[in-house]
Design a protein around this ligand. Structure first.
Ligand SMILES: Cc1cc2nc3c(=O)[nH]c(=O)nc-3n(C[C@H](O)[C@H](O)[C@H](O)COP(=O)(O)OP(=O)(O)OC[C@H]3O[C@@H](n4cnc5c(N)ncnc54)[C@H](O)[C@@H]3O)c2cc1C
Length: 387
């Protein structure tokens, strides 16, 4: 592949070995439970996969985004849910700290996060909507050297396992709908009095993303935990969220490849009237051609956008496009694979239908595809699509 080099191949092999040897035997078990896959997450940390793009100075691998994509693709072939926890930790929360945090905060939170010693989460979504920033009500009020936080966040991934939450709080009377000023990112340690975690949501897919409600009642946090400027947290989140949307490209690609490979093996081995499913039916063969075409188009998109990212582009629109395409291609290939497996396709233990459920959730969790399309439409109108 044009995007591979010796170093990336080494890391790809390490991720593949981790996925195939350590995740594959427990992947169905991970899907059957809403529990966070703590042991596998910690192991990913030992292998360096939680700090791929984090600077070496803070314990990270200091690698590029293409390397990150390669690792996520390999892990998603087996356990997409683990990628969700990794993304919330390393990218949504971690990159926000990396981008805006003080050196002190980076040493305290980023360095242990890079190795998995500390787990991070990012809480932004509220009952009024994930993107409806102007109506958020979780508020941090200044009180001497502290903030006092009151309010509720929902659907926070890595809930209860996180050692620290990056919480997006309203810190102004008015949240500007254009500049997004008025919302601050504040780190709250999990053991801070006044922080309460609800039960995990029982969901269609992304089992083990450990998502649920986080409440704050007079929760006192030192002002030194402010990440970036007061009122300027959402701008940082937009960058880290874009990078998280981008990971849905390689995640969707890995999921689609896994479904394609499993369906192909099944179509060759399922024999009726002396011929395999593949040889029996042209319609089945054409399904493979169409799936293959979507997968190869996805691969080309993923690695060209990640190489643009490595050149320093923000990829605001293309990053969002990757989540749209990643979720769409994964859902399509998983759906076709289920069809090829026939009755067995809907049986949990075959391990195929879970990819469809995860793809469906990927089209909403983090940001709905519709909201992302809306964002891209605005960027196109503003000439921002190539930035
Ligand atoms: C499993 C899971 C994990 C999650 N993890 C986290 C997390 O770690 N941290 C966190 O803060 N949040 C998290 N979320 C929340 C997630 O980001 C939101 O659920 C998602 O962005 C959709 O927002 P909403 O639920 O508020 O839906 P709403 O905003 O109510 O939207 C409902 C529907 O309306 C349409 N819509 C909404 N806005 C627009 C728009 N601007 N343009 C066009 N159509 C639109 C879409 O079809 C959308 O699906 C998670 C969600 C899930 C399901």
């Amino acid at each position: 592949m044009w995007y591979m080099n010796e170093n990336r191949e080494l890391i790809r092999d390490s991720a593949r070995e981790f996925a195939q040897k350590e995740l594959a035997p427990v992947a169905l078990e991970m899907d059957a439970s809403e529990d966070f896959p703590l042991a596998q997450f910690k192991r990913a940390g030992e292998l360096g996969f939680l700090g791929i793009t984090m600077p070496q100075e803070y314990g990270g691998m200091g690698a590029d985004y293409t390397t990150l994509a390669i690792v996520y693709e390999e892990i998603a072939k087996v356990a997409p849910t683990l990628c969700v926890g990794m993304g919330a930790h390393s990218i949504l929360a971690g990159e926000l700290i990396m981008l805006l945090g003080s050196d002190e905060l980076k040493r305290k939170y980023l360095a242990p996060a890079a190795t998995g010693e500390k787990i991070l989460a990012c809480a932004q979504t509220e009952g009024v909507g994930a993107m409806n920033h102007e109506e958020w009500s979780c508020r941090a009020v200044e009180d001497g050297d502290d903030f006092i936080i009151n309010g509720t966040k929902i659907f926070c991934s890595n809930l209860k396992v996180a050692d620290a939450y990056v919480v997006l709080c309203v810190t102004s009377d008015h949240v500007d709908p254009v500049t997004k000023q008025g919302i601050s990112a504040i780190i709250v340690d999990a053991d801070t009095p006044g922080l309460f975690c609800g039960d995990y949501e029982q969901k269609l897919g992304w089992h083990g993303s450990a998502s649920g409600t986080l409440s704050f009642v007079d929760c006192r946090v030192p002002k030194t935990n402010l990440v970036g400027p007061l009122g300027g947290g959402l701008i940082g989140l937009m960058t880290s969220a874009t990078n998280e949307f981008m990971t849905c490209g390689p995640i969707g690609l890995g999921m689609a490849e896994a479904c394609y490979d499993a369906a192909y093996e099944y179509a060759l081995s399922r024999v009726q009237k002396g011929k395999s499913l593949y040889d029996n039916y042209q319609v089945v063969r054409h399904m493979f051609v169409d799936m293959w075409g979507q997968i190869e188009a996805m691969r080309a998109l993923v690695y060209s956008v990640f190489s643009e990212k490595d050149e320093g582009k923000l990829c605001l629109a293309k990053g969002r496009l990757m989540k749209i395409q990643g979720a769409t291609v994964a859902e399509y290939v998983a759906r076709q694979a289920i069809q090829i497996f026939g009755g067995l396709g809907v049986v949990n233990e075959m391990g195929i239908e879970r990819f469809w459920r995860d793809a469906k959730v990927m089209a909403i969790g983090g940001a709905s595809l519709e909201a992302l399309r809306d964002d891209i439409a605005r960027m196109i109108a503003g000439g921002m699509q190539d930035k």
